[in-house]
Design a protein around this ligand. Structure first.
Ligand SMILES: C[S@@+](CC[C@H](N)C(=O)[O-])C[C@H]1O[C@@H](n2cnc3c(N)ncnc32)[C@H](O)[C@@H]1O
Length: 226
């Protein structure tokens, strides 16, 4: 059996429930929200949708409004409760809420779509393959994984350094306050390729609507050799 060292589960997200959306919006100029809502808009009625690390859940609420059979997983009780509240006020389906570390969660029936909004950035690059493997295990063989996260690091030194700085400031906060891993900007397309996942659609979002395209959403499918 393959072994790897899993990081400790995060802490203190409960205490961020009232300010998380505001912080994300001030820091990204709406790009974070735009990316996760773009993913939620891709979901359809009567499909099984999992939202991993749902947070305050405005994207999950849109999936419910779309009529999907939504499952929410979050290790923070308060984030999960806020997400459930938003889902219930969407006027759509009622979600199933799972208060647990995603790495411990198993499903008897596979998911059609798995939304992964700003969740992969919690983990260091050494742990990413295990998280991606678990996402694949939860997904139907013809299902999709919809990721919103940071774009891969830029090529040029100046833009790469600027992006690392922009990414590093909140990273330092989350590293100290919630126990997220400390790492540089992930090259997610490369990690996905290594994990046997294929990007079939890619949408980039500009910081403050006019800045660099440092946030992106990816629609990913499992390669047929599964
Ligand atoms: C960076 S926030 C992202 C919130 C939201 N999805 C967004 O896009 O703004 C990460 C969320 O994942 C949750 N989380 C952290 N580690 C987790 C784990 N191992 N399993 C499940 N949820 C986790 C946190 O409680 C938090 O709500």
């Amino acid at each position: 059996m393959e072994t790897y060292s899993a990081s400790a589960v995060t802490r203190n997200y409960d205490r961020l429930v009232g300010v998380y959306d505001l912080l994300a919006s001030l820091w990204s100029g709406g790009a974070i929200r735009a990316a996760r809502m773009w993913c939620a808009r891709q979901t359809r009625s009567k499909t099984r949708v999992l939202v991993v690390g749902a947070g305050t859940g405005d994207d999950a609420a849109l999936c419910c409004a779309n009529g999907a059979d939504v499952h929410l997983v979050d290790a923070s009780q308060k984030m999960l409760a806020e997400s459930v509240l938003r889902c219930k006020s969407s006027g759509g389906t009622d979600p199933v809420a799972i208060d647990d570390d995603f790495r411990n969660v198993q499903f008897t029936q596979p998911m059609d779509d798995i939304l992964v909004p700003f969740f992969l950035n919690i983990f260091c690059s050494a742990e990413l393959p295990q998280i991606l493997r678990h996402l694949k295990e939860c997904n139907a063989s013809d299902g999709r994984i919809l990721i919103s996260d940071f774009s891969p690091p830029a090529h040029f030194f100046a833009s790469k350094s600027l992006m690392e700085l922009w990414h590093g400031i909140p990273m330092a906060f989350f590293f100290l306050f919630t126990g997220n891993a400390w790492h540089g900007v992930h090259d997610l397309p490369h990690a996905l390729e290594e994990a046997g996942l294929t990007i079939v659609q890619r949408q980039k979002f500009r910081i403050f609507g006019i800045g660099p395209r440092w946030i992106e959403s990816l629609i990913v499918e499992i390669k047929s050799d599964r």
